[in-house]
Design a protein around this ligand. Structure first.
Ligand code: TXA
Ligand code: MG
Length: 347
Protein backbone atom coordinates (compact mmCIF):
# COMPACT_ATOMS: atom_id res chain seq x y z
CA UNK A 1 0.00 0.00 0.00
CA UNK A 2 1.22 3.47 -0.94
CA UNK A 3 0.01 6.55 0.92
CA UNK A 4 -1.73 8.37 -1.96
CA UNK A 5 -1.16 12.13 -1.63
CA UNK A 6 -4.03 14.54 -2.32
CA UNK A 7 -2.63 17.58 -4.17
CA UNK A 8 -3.88 20.84 -5.62
CA UNK A 9 -0.52 22.41 -6.45
CA UNK A 10 0.72 22.03 -10.04
CA UNK A 11 4.38 22.57 -9.09
CA UNK A 12 4.30 19.77 -6.53
CA UNK A 13 2.48 17.56 -9.05
CA UNK A 14 5.09 18.24 -11.77
CA UNK A 15 7.93 17.50 -9.34
CA UNK A 16 6.46 14.09 -8.50
CA UNK A 17 6.33 13.23 -12.21
CA UNK A 18 9.98 14.26 -12.57
CA UNK A 19 10.80 11.88 -9.70
CA UNK A 20 9.23 8.96 -11.61
CA UNK A 21 6.08 8.84 -9.47
CA UNK A 22 2.46 8.12 -10.53
CA UNK A 23 0.07 11.08 -10.54
CA UNK A 24 -3.63 11.03 -11.47
CA UNK A 25 -4.75 14.36 -12.93
CA UNK A 26 -7.75 15.78 -14.78
CA UNK A 27 -7.71 16.31 -18.53
CA UNK A 28 -10.67 17.75 -20.48
CA UNK A 29 -11.82 14.22 -21.36
CA UNK A 30 -11.39 11.99 -18.28
CA UNK A 31 -8.79 11.69 -15.49
CA UNK A 32 -5.43 10.32 -16.60
CA UNK A 33 -2.84 8.32 -14.63
CA UNK A 34 0.45 9.96 -15.55
CA UNK A 35 4.13 9.04 -15.36
CA UNK A 36 7.35 10.00 -17.17
CA UNK A 37 7.10 8.28 -20.59
CA UNK A 38 10.90 8.11 -20.90
CA UNK A 39 11.24 6.17 -17.61
CA UNK A 40 10.54 2.45 -18.17
CA UNK A 41 10.15 1.79 -14.44
CA UNK A 42 7.64 4.59 -13.96
CA UNK A 43 5.67 3.43 -17.00
CA UNK A 44 5.68 -0.18 -15.78
CA UNK A 45 4.21 1.08 -12.50
CA UNK A 46 1.20 2.47 -14.42
CA UNK A 47 0.45 -0.98 -15.87
CA UNK A 48 0.87 -2.49 -12.38
CA UNK A 49 -1.41 0.05 -10.63
CA UNK A 50 -4.18 -0.31 -13.23
CA UNK A 51 -3.82 -4.05 -13.73
CA UNK A 52 -3.51 -3.20 -17.42
CA UNK A 53 -2.52 -5.90 -19.93
CA UNK A 54 1.05 -5.10 -21.03
CA UNK A 55 0.19 -5.37 -24.74
CA UNK A 56 -2.03 -2.26 -24.56
CA UNK A 57 0.07 0.86 -25.35
CA UNK A 58 -0.21 4.15 -23.44
CA UNK A 59 -0.65 7.55 -25.07
CA UNK A 60 1.80 10.38 -24.39
CA UNK A 61 0.71 13.86 -23.24
CA UNK A 62 2.55 17.06 -24.14
CA UNK A 63 2.11 20.69 -23.04
CA UNK A 64 2.26 22.12 -26.58
CA UNK A 65 2.03 20.93 -30.18
CA UNK A 66 5.60 22.18 -30.72
CA UNK A 67 6.81 19.64 -28.16
CA UNK A 68 6.01 16.75 -30.55
CA UNK A 69 9.71 15.82 -31.10
CA UNK A 70 9.79 14.76 -27.42
CA UNK A 71 7.57 11.81 -28.35
CA UNK A 72 7.45 11.33 -32.14
CA UNK A 73 10.18 10.67 -34.69
CA UNK A 74 8.33 12.31 -37.58
CA UNK A 75 5.37 14.61 -38.01
CA UNK A 76 3.15 13.32 -40.82
CA UNK A 77 1.23 15.82 -42.93
CA UNK A 78 -2.00 14.18 -41.87
CA UNK A 79 -1.24 14.69 -38.16
CA UNK A 80 -0.02 18.23 -38.75
CA UNK A 81 -3.36 19.24 -40.26
CA UNK A 82 -5.39 17.61 -37.47
CA UNK A 83 -3.24 19.04 -34.67
CA UNK A 84 -3.44 22.54 -36.09
CA UNK A 85 -7.23 22.21 -36.26
CA UNK A 86 -7.97 20.40 -32.98
CA UNK A 87 -5.05 20.75 -30.55
CA UNK A 88 -5.03 21.44 -27.70
CA UNK A 89 -8.13 19.27 -27.39
CA UNK A 90 -9.61 15.78 -27.16
CA UNK A 91 -7.53 14.29 -29.97
CA UNK A 92 -4.76 11.66 -29.98
CA UNK A 93 -2.71 11.20 -33.16
CA UNK A 94 -0.66 8.06 -33.84
CA UNK A 95 2.79 8.85 -35.20
CA UNK A 96 6.16 7.08 -35.56
CA UNK A 97 7.67 6.75 -32.09
CA UNK A 98 10.76 8.67 -30.94
CA UNK A 99 13.52 6.54 -29.43
CA UNK A 100 13.37 8.40 -26.09
CA UNK A 101 9.90 7.06 -25.33
CA UNK A 102 10.11 3.81 -23.39
CA UNK A 103 9.17 0.64 -25.30
CA UNK A 104 7.10 -0.36 -22.29
CA UNK A 105 4.95 2.72 -22.91
CA UNK A 106 4.13 1.75 -26.50
CA UNK A 107 3.92 -1.99 -25.74
CA UNK A 108 6.78 -2.57 -28.16
CA UNK A 109 5.09 -0.79 -31.09
CA UNK A 110 7.10 1.51 -33.34
CA UNK A 111 4.28 4.06 -33.18
CA UNK A 112 3.10 6.35 -30.38
CA UNK A 113 -0.11 8.22 -29.63
CA UNK A 114 0.40 11.89 -28.72
CA UNK A 115 -2.15 14.21 -27.20
CA UNK A 116 -2.12 17.86 -26.11
CA UNK A 117 -4.88 18.19 -23.49
CA UNK A 118 -6.82 21.44 -23.24
CA UNK A 119 -7.48 21.29 -19.48
CA UNK A 120 -5.52 24.12 -17.85
CA UNK A 121 -4.52 22.01 -14.81
CA UNK A 122 -3.12 19.32 -17.11
CA UNK A 123 -1.27 21.83 -19.29
CA UNK A 124 0.27 23.58 -16.33
CA UNK A 125 1.49 20.29 -14.84
CA UNK A 126 2.90 19.20 -18.24
CA UNK A 127 4.56 22.57 -18.81
CA UNK A 128 6.29 22.46 -15.45
CA UNK A 129 7.24 18.77 -15.69
CA UNK A 130 8.93 19.43 -19.09
CA UNK A 131 8.55 15.75 -19.89
CA UNK A 132 6.42 13.62 -22.21
CA UNK A 133 3.85 12.09 -19.84
CA UNK A 134 2.32 8.66 -20.49
CA UNK A 135 -1.26 8.68 -19.24
CA UNK A 136 -4.00 6.13 -19.75
CA UNK A 137 -7.37 6.75 -18.13
CA UNK A 138 -7.03 6.65 -14.33
CA UNK A 139 -9.21 3.62 -13.56
CA UNK A 140 -8.66 -0.06 -12.79
CA UNK A 141 -8.32 -1.81 -16.13
CA UNK A 142 -11.70 -2.80 -17.61
CA UNK A 143 -13.71 -0.41 -15.39
CA UNK A 144 -15.46 2.79 -16.56
CA UNK A 145 -13.08 5.78 -16.75
CA UNK A 146 -13.12 8.36 -13.96
CA UNK A 147 -14.59 11.84 -14.26
CA UNK A 148 -13.90 12.95 -10.67
CA UNK A 149 -10.86 12.61 -8.40
CA UNK A 150 -13.08 10.83 -5.89
CA UNK A 151 -13.81 8.12 -8.47
CA UNK A 152 -10.06 7.82 -9.12
CA UNK A 153 -9.48 7.13 -5.42
CA UNK A 154 -12.25 4.53 -5.43
CA UNK A 155 -10.17 2.52 -7.93
CA UNK A 156 -6.59 3.52 -7.14
CA UNK A 157 -6.22 4.76 -3.54
CA UNK A 158 -3.15 3.10 -2.07
CA UNK A 159 -1.90 2.04 -5.52
CA UNK A 160 -0.64 5.41 -6.87
CA UNK A 161 1.53 8.19 -5.43
CA UNK A 162 -0.81 11.14 -5.81
CA UNK A 163 -4.06 12.49 -7.17
CA UNK A 164 -4.68 16.08 -8.25
CA UNK A 165 -7.89 17.06 -6.45
CA UNK A 166 -9.72 19.39 -8.84
CA UNK A 167 -12.93 18.51 -10.70
CA UNK A 168 -13.22 20.70 -13.81
CA UNK A 169 -16.10 20.17 -16.26
CA UNK A 170 -15.20 17.27 -18.52
CA UNK A 171 -16.28 15.88 -21.88
CA UNK A 172 -16.60 12.59 -20.00
CA UNK A 173 -15.39 10.34 -22.86
CA UNK A 174 -11.79 9.67 -23.86
CA UNK A 175 -10.10 11.43 -26.78
CA UNK A 176 -10.57 10.56 -30.44
CA UNK A 177 -7.65 8.31 -31.40
CA UNK A 178 -6.60 8.78 -35.03
CA UNK A 179 -4.08 6.71 -36.95
CA UNK A 180 -2.01 9.34 -38.83
CA UNK A 181 0.69 7.02 -40.16
CA UNK A 182 -0.82 6.98 -43.67
CA UNK A 183 -1.98 9.73 -46.02
CA UNK A 184 -5.59 9.62 -44.84
CA UNK A 185 -6.59 9.53 -41.15
CA UNK A 186 -8.37 6.48 -39.74
CA UNK A 187 -10.29 6.83 -36.47
CA UNK A 188 -9.37 4.02 -34.08
CA UNK A 189 -11.53 5.30 -31.21
CA UNK A 190 -14.34 7.87 -31.62
CA UNK A 191 -14.40 10.90 -29.32
CA UNK A 192 -15.43 14.54 -29.13
CA UNK A 193 -13.51 15.33 -32.33
CA UNK A 194 -15.95 13.58 -34.65
CA UNK A 195 -15.60 11.83 -38.00
CA UNK A 196 -17.47 14.80 -39.52
CA UNK A 197 -14.96 17.24 -37.97
CA UNK A 198 -12.07 15.25 -39.45
CA UNK A 199 -13.76 14.90 -42.84
CA UNK A 200 -13.81 18.70 -43.10
CA UNK A 201 -10.06 18.34 -43.61
CA UNK A 202 -9.88 14.82 -45.10
CA UNK A 203 -13.13 13.95 -46.92
CA UNK A 204 -12.11 10.29 -47.24
CA UNK A 205 -11.25 9.82 -43.55
CA UNK A 206 -13.00 6.80 -42.06
CA UNK A 207 -13.82 4.98 -38.85
CA UNK A 208 -11.92 1.80 -38.26
CA UNK A 209 -14.27 -1.16 -38.80
CA UNK A 210 -13.09 -2.38 -35.39
CA UNK A 211 -15.16 0.31 -33.70
CA UNK A 212 -18.37 -1.62 -33.98
CA UNK A 213 -17.21 -4.92 -35.30
CA UNK A 214 -14.26 -7.00 -34.19
CA UNK A 215 -11.78 -7.12 -37.04
CA UNK A 216 -8.58 -9.06 -36.69
CA UNK A 217 -6.45 -6.71 -38.74
CA UNK A 218 -7.31 -3.48 -36.92
CA UNK A 219 -7.29 -5.33 -33.59
CA UNK A 220 -3.56 -5.65 -34.12
CA UNK A 221 -3.24 -1.94 -34.96
CA UNK A 222 -5.00 -0.71 -31.82
CA UNK A 223 -4.28 -3.45 -29.33
CA UNK A 224 -6.33 -1.85 -26.53
CA UNK A 225 -9.55 -2.58 -28.37
CA UNK A 226 -9.10 -6.31 -27.79
CA UNK A 227 -9.62 -6.03 -24.04
CA UNK A 228 -12.74 -5.48 -21.92
CA UNK A 229 -13.48 -1.80 -21.33
CA UNK A 230 -15.78 0.53 -19.44
CA UNK A 231 -17.57 -2.29 -17.63
CA UNK A 232 -19.32 -1.84 -14.29
CA UNK A 233 -19.86 -4.85 -12.01
CA UNK A 234 -23.59 -4.91 -12.83
CA UNK A 235 -24.82 -6.33 -16.13
CA UNK A 236 -25.51 -3.61 -18.73
CA UNK A 237 -28.48 -4.08 -21.08
CA UNK A 238 -29.15 -1.68 -23.93
CA UNK A 239 -32.41 -0.36 -25.39
CA UNK A 240 -33.08 1.98 -28.30
CA UNK A 241 -36.71 3.00 -27.75
CA UNK A 242 -39.64 2.75 -25.39
CA UNK A 243 -40.74 -0.62 -26.82
CA UNK A 244 -37.31 -2.14 -26.16
CA UNK A 245 -37.20 -0.56 -22.71
CA UNK A 246 -40.56 -2.07 -21.83
CA UNK A 247 -39.39 -5.48 -23.01
CA UNK A 248 -36.26 -5.19 -20.83
CA UNK A 249 -38.19 -3.95 -17.85
CA UNK A 250 -40.38 -7.02 -18.20
CA UNK A 251 -37.42 -9.40 -18.00
CA UNK A 252 -34.93 -7.51 -15.78
CA UNK A 253 -34.40 -9.18 -12.43
CA UNK A 254 -32.64 -8.00 -9.29
CA UNK A 255 -31.78 -4.45 -8.37
CA UNK A 256 -32.13 -2.36 -11.50
CA UNK A 257 -31.12 1.14 -12.58
CA UNK A 258 -31.85 2.94 -15.85
CA UNK A 259 -30.51 5.97 -17.72
CA UNK A 260 -31.78 7.63 -20.85
CA UNK A 261 -31.52 10.81 -22.84
CA UNK A 262 -34.32 13.17 -23.74
CA UNK A 263 -34.29 13.83 -27.49
CA UNK A 264 -36.45 16.56 -28.97
CA UNK A 265 -38.84 13.85 -30.09
CA UNK A 266 -41.71 14.06 -27.61
CA UNK A 267 -42.40 10.35 -27.71
CA UNK A 268 -39.43 10.00 -25.39
CA UNK A 269 -41.12 12.01 -22.71
CA UNK A 270 -43.23 8.88 -22.32
CA UNK A 271 -40.17 7.01 -21.12
CA UNK A 272 -40.76 7.79 -17.46
CA UNK A 273 -44.41 6.85 -17.91
CA UNK A 274 -43.37 3.60 -19.54
CA UNK A 275 -41.34 2.71 -16.46
CA UNK A 276 -44.19 3.52 -14.17
CA UNK A 277 -46.73 1.66 -16.26
CA UNK A 278 -44.51 -1.37 -16.07
CA UNK A 279 -44.68 -1.18 -12.29
CA UNK A 280 -41.23 0.29 -11.98
CA UNK A 281 -41.76 3.53 -10.13
CA UNK A 282 -38.75 4.61 -8.18
CA UNK A 283 -37.47 2.24 -5.49
CA UNK A 284 -40.53 0.10 -5.97
CA UNK A 285 -40.11 -3.50 -4.97
CA UNK A 286 -41.79 -5.98 -7.28
CA UNK A 287 -41.49 -9.73 -7.48
CA UNK A 288 -37.78 -10.53 -7.64
CA UNK A 289 -36.92 -7.06 -8.83
CA UNK A 290 -36.21 -3.78 -7.16
CA UNK A 291 -36.27 -0.54 -9.06
CA UNK A 292 -33.47 1.51 -7.56
CA UNK A 293 -32.68 4.58 -9.52
CA UNK A 294 -33.27 6.17 -12.88
CA UNK A 295 -31.44 9.10 -14.38
CA UNK A 296 -32.63 11.27 -17.22
CA UNK A 297 -30.10 13.28 -19.23
CA UNK A 298 -31.36 16.37 -21.01
CA UNK A 299 -28.77 16.53 -23.77
CA UNK A 300 -26.16 14.43 -25.50
CA UNK A 301 -23.45 16.57 -23.92
CA UNK A 302 -24.79 15.85 -20.41
CA UNK A 303 -25.26 12.17 -21.21
CA UNK A 304 -21.66 11.81 -22.38
CA UNK A 305 -20.36 13.78 -19.38
CA UNK A 306 -22.40 11.75 -16.88
CA UNK A 307 -22.42 8.25 -18.37
CA UNK A 308 -19.39 6.73 -16.61
CA UNK A 309 -20.40 8.29 -13.31
CA UNK A 310 -23.89 6.81 -13.76
CA UNK A 311 -22.36 3.34 -14.22
CA UNK A 312 -20.14 3.82 -11.18
CA UNK A 313 -23.01 5.11 -9.05
CA UNK A 314 -25.12 2.11 -10.08
CA UNK A 315 -22.32 -0.12 -8.74
CA UNK A 316 -22.09 1.89 -5.52
CA UNK A 317 -25.80 1.33 -4.99
CA UNK A 318 -25.33 -2.38 -5.49
CA UNK A 319 -27.25 -2.67 -8.77
CA UNK A 320 -27.44 -6.06 -10.47
CA UNK A 321 -28.70 -4.76 -13.80
CA UNK A 322 -28.28 -1.41 -15.58
CA UNK A 323 -30.63 -0.47 -18.42
CA UNK A 324 -28.95 1.97 -20.81
CA UNK A 325 -30.55 3.96 -23.62
CA UNK A 326 -28.27 3.39 -26.62
CA UNK A 327 -27.72 6.57 -28.62
CA UNK A 328 -27.61 6.75 -32.38
CA UNK A 329 -24.63 6.10 -34.59
CA UNK A 330 -23.96 9.66 -35.70
CA UNK A 331 -21.72 12.64 -34.91
CA UNK A 332 -20.56 12.94 -31.29
CA UNK A 333 -23.15 10.31 -30.31
CA UNK A 334 -20.93 7.76 -32.07
CA UNK A 335 -18.38 8.13 -29.25
CA UNK A 336 -20.93 7.58 -26.51
CA UNK A 337 -22.48 4.69 -28.41
CA UNK A 338 -19.08 3.01 -28.73
CA UNK A 339 -18.60 3.17 -24.91
CA UNK A 340 -22.17 1.99 -24.31
CA UNK A 341 -21.68 -1.06 -26.55
CA UNK A 342 -18.41 -1.90 -24.81
CA UNK A 343 -19.89 -1.39 -21.34
CA UNK A 344 -22.41 -4.06 -22.30
CA UNK A 345 -19.56 -6.37 -23.26
CA UNK A 346 -19.64 -5.98 -27.05
CA UNK A 347 -16.28 -6.92 -28.51
O1 TXA B 1 -8.77 11.13 -23.39
C1 TXA B 1 -7.88 10.27 -23.35
O2 TXA B 1 -7.34 9.82 -24.37
C2 TXA B 1 -7.45 9.77 -21.95
C3 TXA B 1 -6.85 10.97 -21.21
C4 TXA B 1 -6.27 10.58 -19.88
O3 TXA B 1 -5.90 11.60 -22.02
N1 TXA B 1 -6.51 8.70 -22.08
C5 TXA B 1 -6.89 7.46 -22.49
O4 TXA B 1 -5.87 6.52 -22.53
O5 TXA B 1 -8.03 7.18 -22.78
P1 TXA B 1 -6.15 4.96 -22.64
O6 TXA B 1 -4.83 4.31 -22.45
O7 TXA B 1 -7.22 4.56 -21.71
O8 TXA B 1 -6.58 4.76 -24.13
C6 TXA B 1 -5.64 4.95 -25.19
C7 TXA B 1 -6.07 4.16 -26.41
C8 TXA B 1 -6.02 2.66 -26.15
O9 TXA B 1 -7.15 2.07 -26.77
C9 TXA B 1 -4.74 2.23 -26.86
O10 TXA B 1 -4.79 0.88 -27.30
C10 TXA B 1 -4.67 3.20 -28.02
O11 TXA B 1 -5.16 4.43 -27.47
N2 TXA B 1 -3.29 3.39 -28.47
C11 TXA B 1 -2.25 3.89 -27.73
N3 TXA B 1 -1.12 3.88 -28.45
C12 TXA B 1 -1.43 3.40 -29.67
C13 TXA B 1 -0.68 3.13 -30.85
N4 TXA B 1 0.62 3.38 -30.93
N5 TXA B 1 -1.34 2.64 -31.91
C14 TXA B 1 -2.67 2.39 -31.85
N6 TXA B 1 -3.44 2.61 -30.76
C15 TXA B 1 -2.83 3.09 -29.68
MG1 MG C 1 -8.88 3.59 -20.72
Amino acid sequence: MINTLRLTDETQAARLLQQGKLLAFPTETVFGLGADATNAGAVAAIFEAKGRPDDNPLIVHLADVDDWPMAARDMTSCARVLLSAFAPGPLTVILPKASGISDTCTAGLDSVGIRIPACHFAREILRQAKLPIAAPSANRSGRPSCTTWQAVLEDLDGRIDAVFCQNPDLVGLESTVVDCLGDVPVILRPGAVTLGDIQQHFPTASLSPQIENANAETAVRSPGLRHAHYQPRAEVRLFRDVAELEALVGTATGRTTCCWMMPLNTSWIECQDALEQAGMSRRQQTAGRQWMWCKKFNSLKDYAAGFYEFLRESDRRGADCILVHLVEDQGFAQALRDRQLRSAGAK
